[in-house]
Design a protein around this ligand. Structure first.
Ligand SMILES: [Zn+2]
Length: 228
């Protein structure tokens, strides 16, 4: 029995360690949270879409975890479905904006998240969604602006509309998360509703939408900027 348990523990430890070697994100995130002076040099400050790209970066800060990233708390079998932008400032003060024109929905039990449906600017005739999460305090005080209360359905918003502010809310999970925005581009089901965003296969590589290297396969250095 003990042999089995230690084999499982060894297996998980090697999975974790191997996953970390497939990403360059942990070192940047660690620097961000241990060295305040790093914030200026690691932040992506982008107030308009990159040249020839449709989407506006929804918030400013260190683009830490990338799309398809296996870095902790994820691993090579359960990869990150979006990008995490770690803002510079206190919880509830770093603004989050709509990446593109679309129709905003906030389900009746969504404390910290909104989702917006768009006509896909890169694939004519296809509907996609952009998802924005963690916009509440640790204990669940929402930072989403009053215009979009729980239960909002299909309200038109323009690119750049203020949605709320970065927070640290992680549901009922005891695992603390540093303040950030989790953002992902989500595929539609056949009936037009959005797919389960937590599965990376249900999401799209955000790189072409932003004109930035946001896929971990390229292990881009930070801060990430527009593709030249
Ligand atoms: Zn995330």
């Amino acid at each position: 029995m003990f042999g089995v348990i230690s084999a499982v523990i060894c297996g998980l430890a090697s999975l974790f360690l191997y996953s970390q070697t497939q990403s360059n994100s942990p070192a940047y995130i660690q620097r961000w949270f241990t060295d305040q002076n790093s914030h200026k040099t690691l932040s992506t400050i982008q107030n308009e879409p990159c040249p020839n790209a449709p989407f506006l970066l929804p918030s400013q800060g260190l683009i830490g975890l990338l799309w398809n990233d296996p870095a902790g708390p994820y691993n090579i079998f359960r990869r990150h479905s979006g990008i995490d932008i770690f803002g510079d400032g206190d919880s509830g003060t770093v603004p989050v904006y709509a990446a593109y024109d679309g129709y905003l929905t906030r389900k009746s039990n969504w404390v910290s998240a909104v989702i917006i449906q768009h006509d896909d600017p890169l694939h004519q005739g296809r509907k996609i969604w952009t998802y924005y999460a963690h916009m509440a305090s640790k204990d669940g005080k929402s930072y989403i602006v009053e215009d979009f209360p729980m239960g909002t359905q299909g309200v038109f918003v323009q690119q750049g509309t203020l949605l709320g502010y970065q927070g640290e809310y992680n549901g009922n999970s005891l695992r603390p998360i540093g303040m950030h925005l989790h953002f992902s581009i989500v595929k539609s089901e056949a009936d037009g509703s959005f797919k389960n965003e937590t599965i990376v296969g249900n999401t799209l590589d955000p790189s072409p939408y932003f004109g930035m290297p946001l896929n971990i396969a390229q292990k881009p250095s930070r801060p990430i900027g527009c593709r030249s």
